[in-house]
Design a protein around this ligand. Structure first.
Ligand code: HEC
Length: 251
């Protein structure tokens, strides 16, 4: 095989791998961008509250400690205890789910996964669309299915906020007899306590918090990065000046 061919086949292979990863993450469904703002501390605080109230009953986040969250989100120990620590006593504890995993697996057929790294594993757009993607499906044991994770065993836990929606699908029969199904949009069946815009914001804040717990040192890392780059620029200027000085007599 010539060098050129080798390079071409490597490129094709990596393109395939990339495509299969993208498919695994979102299927063939178009994902709306989550547009989270990781530097918005109020959004992260609201997200933490949403997560503790609506998700931690089933999902743990076993790699993140309450005191780390408190520090990053500017919350005092008292605020942490009063607003977030429903199922923990000490601030150095991690977020545990209120439900024993064995029971959860029995009840839902699948244990709710830990959320520590979910936003990194699946992507923030995926989680955003997952939380917006529940639709009524009478055949499902939970009464709902999900557009991005078909056949999911997670119930629509945010139904009081979002209300219930139906998904419209169109089926086209191809010439070879196979059927292609396309998603045409959602239709609101019953209202929730929030309108669509407020629900989007609620989900966006929650996803923002999930992205934060997936990498709690993100903002420290970025701050340090700026200093490192400034140091490199300074050092570069210094070395150029030094070089000029040292070589000025050598013609
Ligand atoms: C009543 C229990 C319950 C609650 C409450 C709950 N979930 Fe889940 N969740 C599950 C179960 C069960 C699964 C596994 C679903 C599956 O794989 O089909 C799951 C899976 C997920 C997944 C992974 C989806 C995937 O592609 O594998 C995400 C993301 C998620 N939940 C986010 C949340 C968020 C965010 C909240 C809070 C708003 C929440 N869940 C509240 C039970 C719950």
């Amino acid at each position: 095989m010539t060098k050129c061919k080798k390079i071409a086949s490597l490129m094709t292979l990596s393109a395939c791998l990339f495509a299969s990863q993208a498919m695994a993450a979102g299927g063939s469904v178009h994902l709306e961008p989550a547009e989270i703002d990781p530097d918005n501390v109020s959004s992260l605080q609201r997200g933490a509250r949403n997560f503790m109230n609506y998700c931690s009953g089933c999902h743990s986040a076993q790699y993140v400690r309450f005191n780390t969250i408190g520090k990053s989100l500017g919350l005092s120990e008292e605020q942490l205890v009063d607003n977030l620590m429903f199922n923990a006593d000490k601030t150095f504890e991690t977020i545990k789910s209120s439900m024993p995993p064995a029971d959860a697996a029995r009840w839902y057929g699948k244990a709710p996964p830990d959320m520590s790294l979910m936003a990194r594993a699946k992507g923030t757009d995926y989680v955003y669309n997952f939380l917006k993607g529940f639709y009524v499906s009478p055949e499902s044991p939970t009464g709902v299915d999900n557009l991005v994770l078909a056949g999911t065993s997670m119930p629509h836990v945010l139904w009081e906020l979002q209300g219930f929606q139906a998904a419209n699908f169109e089926h086209h029969e191809n010439e070879d007899g196979s059927v292609t199904t396309t998603f045409e949009g959602f239709e609101q069946l019953s209202p929730g306590s929030m309108d669509a815009e407020d629900y989007d914001d609620f989900v966006r804040d929650t996803v923002n918090f999930l992205a934060y717990i997936a990498e709690p040192i993100r903002s420290d890392r970025r701050k340090l990065g700026v200093w490192v780059i400034m140091f490199l620029i300074f050092f570069f200027i210094l070395s150029v000046q030094l070089k000029k000085q040292i070589w000025k007599d050598v013609k």
